[in-house]
Write a protein that binds this ligand. Structure first.
Ligand code: 3PG
Length: 385
């Protein structure tokens, strides 16, 4: 694909599609990770003297309808405070917008436009007409074939990949295509069903596949243990068994249980073979977490998505903390993605010790699954001419 830094942007109308879909509360951005990741792209275009427009979706508004709570205004306020360039929000832009060189215009939430999610051709052409160069930099939305990610890339005079998108693809490629070994994947989260394809594809690549959270309970049950009231999916036990036959999946030997799923429930550490009907597994025990930590410390490549226990509850945080710190301390090329994973990384303050933190949630998982990201496929098609 063509990369943004290969182009001369000076004096050009440049439209950057970023993923600025960040959490907002009371009109303020509450997690700026995605904006920070997009800033270098915006700054590079401004520094070249381009007429820069940036756009994104935010949340999931009813399509085609304006709603204050989904406005990009909080993002604009954040950018205005960070950048030395003047920044303004354009609400009405589909028929053209005036942008001065060195100025940043943020185009309001693309999901306020009818046809955005359907990848509507008319809308895609309207976006395309706004610019001389379209920069696709929204890795987090690259799995969506929508007008502002995919359609516009088809019709813009020039369509290229932004530096963030390029960096994400490179980091994921490094971890998945020919990884330094041993390669260890950590997949946590509540359900096997939502991550089955990810587990399948990682089971073929990884030397060891660490499962955690509710996912691990299904594997523990598949190994013949009673999981009591734990969250697990009995229907997926055959899948879990099949995965265990084809890949080394280290199972918990001890666990932390609670009488109920609650922030204040006391934790009991016990052998996985001793879980009773009246309790649920909410975290790994220390022995299991330590064994996983040893595996992770020796890894050369680590892919991490999902916490291994209910880390939001202080009493059930230890397993995720031990695993997270082991990933941080490992010399491996480590890559982490997904909202809960990033929250855990923030909580334990280990951000600088992870080699690459992806801005993608769904996009990260789809890439790991080996799926084609439609917006990237379109850039490839355009590059071929
Ligand atoms: C995300 O947060 O994963 C992306 O911004 C995509 O958002 P969406 O799932 O609403 O398309």
């Amino acid at each position: 694909v063509i990369k943004m830094n290969e182009l001369d942007l000076s004096g050009k109308r440049v439209l950057i599609r970023a993923d600025l879909n960040v959490p907002v509360k009371d009109g303020k951005v509450t997690s700026d990770a995605r904006i920070l990741a997009s800033l270098p792209t915006i700054e590079a275009a401004l520094a070249q003297g381009a007429k820069v427009m940036v756009t994104s979706h935010l949340g999931r508004p009813t399509e085609g309808e304006y709603a204050d709570e989904f406005s990009l205004q909080p993002v604009v306020d954040y950018l205005a405070a960070k950048l030395s360039a003047p920044v303004r929000l354009a609400k009405d832009y589909l028929n053209g917008v005036e942008v001065a060189a060195g100025e940043l215009v943020v185009l309001e939430n693309v999901r306020f436009n009818k046809g955005e999610k359907k990848d509507d051709e008319t809308l895609s052409k309207q976006y395309a007409a706004l610019c001389d160069v379209f920069v696709m930099d929204a890795f987090g939305t690259a799995h969506r074939a929508q007008a502002s990610t995919h359609g516009v890339a088809k019709f813009a005079p020039v369509a290229c990949a932004g530096p963030l998108l390029s960096a994400e693809l490179e980091a994921l490629g490094k971890a998945l295509d020919n990884p330094a070994r041993p390669m260890v994947a950590v997949v946590g989260g509540s359900k096997v069903s939502t991550k089955l394809t990810v587990l399948e594809s990682l089971s073929k690549i990884a030397d060891q596949l660490v499962v955690g959270g509710g996912i691990s309970n299904t594997f523990v049950a598949a190994a013949g243990h009673n999981v009591g009231k734990s969250l697990y999916e009995p229907d997926l036990i055959p899948e879990a068994k099949r995965l265990m036959e084809s890949c080394d999946i280290p199972l918990a030997t001890d666990v932390r249980t609670a009488p109920e799923f609650s922030e204040t429930a006391p934790a009991t550490v016990k052998l996985v073979s001793q879980v009773t009907d009246n309790e649920e597994i909410l975290d790994l025990g220390d022995e299991s977490a330590q064994r996983l930590a040893d595996i992770l410390k020796n890894a050369k490549t680590i892919i991490w998505n999902g916490p291994v226990g209910v880390f939001e509850f202080e009493n059930f945080r230890r397993g995720t903390e031990i695993v997270a710190r082991a990933i941080a301390e490992s010399d491996a090329f480590s890559i982490a993605g997904g909202g809960d994973t990033l929250a855990a990384i923030d909580l334990f303050g280990i951000k600088d010790q992870i080699s690459y933190i992806s801005t993608g949630g769904g996009a990260f998982l789809e890439f790991v699954e080996g799926k084609t990201l439609p917006a990237v496929a379109m850039l490839e098609q355009r590059a071929k001419g």
